[in-house]
Design a protein around this ligand. Structure first.
Ligand SMILES: NC(=O)c1ccc[n+]([C@@H]2O[C@H](COP(=O)([O-])OP(=O)(O)OC[C@H]3O[C@@H](n4cnc5c(N)ncnc54)[C@H](O)[C@@H]3O)[C@@H](O)[C@H]2O)c1
Length: 260
């Protein structure tokens, strides 16, 4: 029960890491606002939480790019649970792919640039700044932010534009951790390597097969595929009081990939 009684907003709760975190956080006693752009998948997540017998979970449709949507998610937590304790800024979209290949940086369009920056960087930034405002308003020297970055923000991996936005998330995490340490607010990031989720899959959900799992596993020294639950467990630790003296950290969840 690492998050017993904590009021938590999870961004990107409709799939992958966000869905896994929603379930794991609920099992650890959190009261949740599950936020996602895709209402149907988000409501499915809340349905799964309720099937396990947890009633403190609400779905809200939210585009993290829009300040008003992010504010509405935070307001929903305050209205339902009296305060905000934790925000998990987990939304990210993949590099553009055209003709079955990652688009090279010199071939990206203005539109690609705006889209990746908006969702991956501004979206996390919106969650951070609005949560910090709420934490400061609560005035009790508390508040936790966990951001999802990527190993692509630490080493050259995958699409260049994507990696640059994730590098920005890591630097945002560090800067905010220092700026807000005196306010008792902790800010950390999880940095997963490749996981089999709907990330980059378009509208058709990705099917996990043993072949795909074996292929993903081979990308890392530990040899096992990284699951959304692995990443959600790392986020759970950082969100909890177990990590009370940890801030400004970018924690790889990568089977040893960046250490190799
Ligand atoms: N899957 C990977 O290989 C991988 C690797 C490294 C990092 N990551 C990062 O992990 C995080 C979670 O990814 P995932 O693998 O669970 O992906 P996913 O696509 O399965 O889930 C992402 C969720 O975010 C939602 N979303 C997308 N745009 C949104 C927006 N503008 N506003 C609100 N919600 C929005 C989607 O609807 C989806 O439910 C992302 O930040 C991603 O960049 C993923």
């Amino acid at each position: 029960m690492l998050l017993e009684g904590k009021s938590v907003v999870i961004m990107g709760a409709g799939s992958g890491v966000g869905r896994a975190a929603s379930l794991i956080f609920a099992r650890n006693g959190a009261k949740l606002i599950c936020a996602d752009l895709v209402a149907e998948r988000n409501e499915e997540t809340v349905g799964l939480i309720r099937e396990e017998g947890f009633t403190d979970a609400q779905a809200i449709t939210c585009n993290v790019v829009k300040e008003a949507d992010v504010q509405a998610a935070i307001d929903a937590a305050v209205s339902a649970y009296g305060r905000l304790d934790v925000i998990f800024n987990n939304v990210g979209i993949a590099s553009p792919v055209r003709n079955n290949a990652l688009v090279r940086f010199d071939e990206i369009t203005d539109e690609d640039f705006d889209q990746l920056n908006d969702v991956n960087f501004r979206g996390v930034g919106n969650g951070c700044r609005l949560a910090i405002r709420q934490f400061l308003k609560q005035g009790d020297h508390n508040g936790v932010i966990v951001n999802t970055a990527s190993v692509a923000g630490m080493v050259g991996w995958g699409g260049v534009l994507y990696g640059a936005t994730k590098g920005a998330v890591i630097q945002l995490t560090r800067g905010l951790a220092i700026e807000n340490a005196k306010n008792g607010i902790r800010v950390n990031a999880v940095c997963p390597a490749g996981m089999i989720t709907n990330f980059g899959a378009g509208s058709a959900p990705r099917v996990v097969t043993p072949e795909l799992e074996s292929m993903y596993g081979k990308q890392h020294p530990l040899g096992m595929p990284i699951s959304p639950e692995d990443c959600a467990n790392a986020a759970l630790f950082l969100a909890s009081d177990m990590a009370r003296n940890i801030t400004g950290v970018a924690l790889p969840v990568d089977g040893g990939y960046v250490a190799a």
